[in-house]
Ligand binder design. Structure first.
Ligand SMILES: NC(=O)c1ccc[n+]([C@@H]2O[C@H](COP(=O)([O-])OP(=O)(O)OC[C@H]3O[C@@H](n4cnc5c(N)ncnc54)[C@H](O)[C@@H]3O)[C@@H](O)[C@H]2O)c1
Length: 453
């Protein structure tokens, strides 16, 4: 165990030294987890003039980065290669080099396990790794989305076990990541950041660090407030998406177009925010994070009924889409069994290459189980990756969207409304189109071939 060897005077020296390094941008920023969150964060800090080191356990990702190749669609390879050539960004899988960094930001995954409870093993493992080389004068910030108390319960004790003291020797904070991949209007540097420190000094240092790289820093009074803030944001989305998904089913029965209703409602200049229905919930955050809170509530003898109800409604949506497809095919005297169905879009939302938790995989599974001949197109997902929850899916690659391919389908199902799709072309060439995203709303010709679901 490393013992704290600093006296009270040198304690304040640790803080003063780190504050000066941050102030003059000479602090080296280490980002752990080089994924959808970590890489944009590195872009923000290097853009602000800091030198960054990136740490990942996946050697193949580190190798790609060192070769100047981005594996995330909206992160530009050339810009990355330049940062690496200029030694402003150094990716590595060698975790012992964390000792070379002054500020450590944790961006590792926080999934659910098989029983849908929080899987904090990535955070726990990372805390252990940091503890091995923790030294006085380092700031550690957790950014991974998690339930309130995680930083205090899971990270702090591991770092304290080194013998170093938080708030005097090293510093600790939580700052939730709000990255929205594929959003052309916001990126890490332009999204305000909420920061909660373990104590005053930790909060000061973390706020000072982020203030260089992001447009605005909002100081929370504690790490727990910052943790709870992120879960509130994601729960708010999950619940409101469930609401419009439920209304979609009802309004459809009444012959009312829910998308038109939402467009009308959003003309109200206050008190209403538009959310849109879809074939289900996707992505690494919205379908998962609220259940961290549900787990915590259970531990405290409380319930999170909104979250559970939203989960139920959203999880039912792929089945609703399949039911709509069955009705649609029935009109043409066809069963799903043996029908040729093309799914357009396997990514969980438009214009991204991220298939995690995408409802398209549930659609694909339901269709295969019913004997459909399913193929797919997604310009951003050229081949289906191995998915943890769908281990038995066949190996599949994206089909080219040719007139012959579209014409050969009994139904073309729009699951993700990528901007690159030419929807008029798709409707023109297809026999029938099932649109789960209102992607064809501007298509004029062939509307009789379209059904919404
Ligand atoms: N993707 C988003 O849009 C988004 C938005 C906001 C918040 N978040 C949250 O941010 C966190 C990271 O999400 P992401 O989308 O970047 O995940 P990701 O899977 O894209 O990236 C995580 C990276 O961490 C690496 N990793 C795993 N264990 C590691 C370890 N022990 N040490 C070092 N590296 C390790 C993985 O190899 C991977 O490259 C999650 O908590 C997520 O909920 C994600």
């Amino acid at each position: 165990m490393v013992r704290s060897f600093v006296s009270d005077d040198s304690v304040s020296a640790s803080h003063t030294r780190l504050a000066a390094l941050i102030d003059t941008k000479r602090a080296v920023i280490g980002v752990i987890g080089l994924g959808y969150v970590g890489l944009p964060l590195i872009r923000a800090f290097t853009g602000a003039g800091f030198r960054c080191m990136g740490f990942d356990v996946d050697q193949s990702k580190v190798d790609k980065l060192n070769a100047g190749q981005s594996y995330i669609k909206h992160i530009d390879s050339e810009a990355l290669a330049l940062l690496i050539r200029e030694k402003k960004f150094e990716p590595t899988a060698d975790m012992t080099r964390l000792s070379e960094t002054d500020c450590i930001i944790i961006c590792v995954p926080t999934p659910l396990n098989e029983s849908r409870d929080p899987d904090l093993s990535y955070i726990d493992g990372t805390a252990q790794t940091i503890a091995k080389t923790l030294r006085p004068g380092q700031l550690v910030v957790l950014e991974s989305t998690t339930h309130p108390t995680t930083t205090r319960s899971n990270v702090l004790p591991v770092l304290e076990a080194t013998g170093l003291r938080c708030g005097t020797d090293y510093f600790l904070a939580f700052s939730p990541e709000r990255e929205d991949p594929g959003n052309p209007h916001f990126q890490a540097a332009t999204i305000p950041k909420v920061v909660g420190g373990f104590d005053e000094k930790s909060g000061d240092l973390a706020c000072a660090m982020y203030a260089h790289a992001v447009v605005k820093v909002i100081r929370a009074s504690s790490m727990e407030v910052a943790e709870a803030c992120k879960i509130l944001e994601n729960t708010y989305r999950a619940v409101n998406i469930a609401l419009v998904n439920e209304l979609k089913i009802l309004y459809d029965k009444l012959g009312i177009d829910v998308w038109e209703v939402i467009d009308a409602a959003k003309t109200k200049p206050f008190g209403f925010q538009a959310f849109y229905p879809g074939p289900g919930l996707g992505g690494h955050c919205i379908p998962i994070d609220p259940f961290y809170l549900t787990w915590l509530a259970r531990k405290h003898g409380e319930q999170t009924r909104f979250i559970e109800l939203a989960g139920e409604v959203n999880a039912h949506m792929p089945q609703y889409v399949i039911n709509r497809l069955a009705e649609f095919l029935n009109e043409q005297r066809k069963p799903i069994n043996g029908s040729k169905i093309a799914i357009l879009g396997m990514a969980y939302k438009k214009d991204v290459d991220d298939p995690r938790e995408s409802p398209s995989f549930e659609l694909l599974t339901l269709l295969l189980a019913r004997g459909a001949e399913v193929t797919y197109n997604d310009p951003h997902v050229p081949a289906l990756p191995k998915m943890r929850h769908y281990p038995d899916l066949p190996v599949m690659t994206s089909h080219e969207l040719t007139p012959a391919y579209l014409a050969a389908q009994d139904c073309v199902m729009i699951a993700t409304d990528h901007s690159v799709y030419d929807y008029s072309f798709i409707v023109d060439q297809s026999r029938f189109v099932l649109d789960t995203r209102n992607a064809t709303k501007l298509v004029k010709r062939g509307r009789e071939k379209i059904r919404k679901a």
